[in-house]
Design a protein around this ligand. Structure first.
Ligand code: BV8
Length: 229
């Protein structure tokens, strides 16, 4: 990629779809089985913590049975071999990018395999269920652990680092996201304002497709290796 030094890659649920992880909005999307406001908001957690914990316990268990796919592997290869700046910003809360070997990675919506103690604020790695009110490994308090996932109405993580990278980007690539959720859906405009070239790789045009210089449509496991190579 000539005169490209700094790359920002944004990924969404579409990059994990071929690993068998439900997306949120297309086909039998995840949210169709659960109304968004029923499970992914602080208000829902306050109203019915058992339902919300069950929803995340199910997904936390499910992702541990899945494997990274060729798109995750291609992104990890690019990360390992790219001598310029590179940042993968994922909206996904699965750990498939890590398991494929990606290093320069930020989870802006948190991670399924982490628990957040609302008593002492500590984050702990967590593989099992939270619904049965386990004790926090840091402070010992029981029943105050929630998924370390950013719900609607909550501030995404790493925003300062993300905007710094967007403002330095020569190339912004959006992979497998519908462009439905902000502030992630606005990153393409930040990158354009910084003079970056913009590319969308997605099964179909996203809600923000018109902001991209170029768009390629098809499955991520075909598009991403083709683009990386
Ligand atoms: C916030 C974690 C402010 C939970 C998630 C305007 C500006 C700012 C905010 C807002 C705004 N308007 C509205 C808001 C509020 C809200 C929002 O954006 N609402 C939407 C619904 C309109 N945003 C927020 O609340 C955010 N917080 O703004 O805070 C603030 C400021 C100060 C102080 C406090 C707060 C927080 C949003 C984060 C919510 N959490 N996830 C969980 O996972 O359970 S969002 C959730 O949606 C996932 O993270 C998911 O990744 C994300 C986006 O969805 P996608 O990844 O794009 O998935 P989707 O199914 O939609 O699309 C998949 C795409 O892949 C499709 O296009 C499909 O065609 C494609 N595809 C499918 N298969 C394949 C494929 N592509 C390639 N290959 C395939 N095989």
């Amino acid at each position: 990629m000539k005169d490209i030094h700094n790359i920002v890659i944004l990924t969404g649920a579409g990059v994990s779809a071929e690993s068998g992880i439900d997306t949120f909005r297309d086909g039998g999307g995840l949210w169709e089985q659960h109304r968004v406001e029923d499970v992914a908001t602080p208000e829902a957690f306050a109203r019915d913590p058992a339902l919300v914990q069950r929803f995340y316990d199910m997904r936390r268990a499910a992702i541990q049975t899945k494997e990274p796919n060729a798109a995750h592997a291609a992104i990890a290869r690019l990360d390992a071999g790219w001598r310029g700046e590179l940042l993968v910003v994922t909206q996904n809360v699965d750990d498939l990018h890590e398991r494929a070997g990606a290093k320069r990675l930020l989870h802006m919506h948190g991670e399924h395999l982490k628990a957040w103690c609302t008593a002492c604020d500590a984050r702990s790695d967590w593989l099992g269920p939270l619904g049965d009110g386990p004790a926090c490994p840091a402070c010992g308090t029981a029943g105050d652990l929630r998924p370390d996932v950013v719900w609607f109405g909550e501030m995404p993580y790493h925003m300062e680092d993300i905007y710094r990278a967007l403002n330095r980007a020569d190339l912004f690539v959006s992979i497998g996201t519908s462009g439905a959720v902000y502030p992630a859906a606005g990153f393409v405009r930040e990158a354009r304002a910084a003079g970056a070239r913009t590319l969308e790789l997605n099964m179909e045009p996203s809600q923000g497709s018109h902001w991209f210089d170029e768009a390629r449509h098809g499955p991520a496991t075909a598009l991403v290796p083709g683009w990386v190579e």
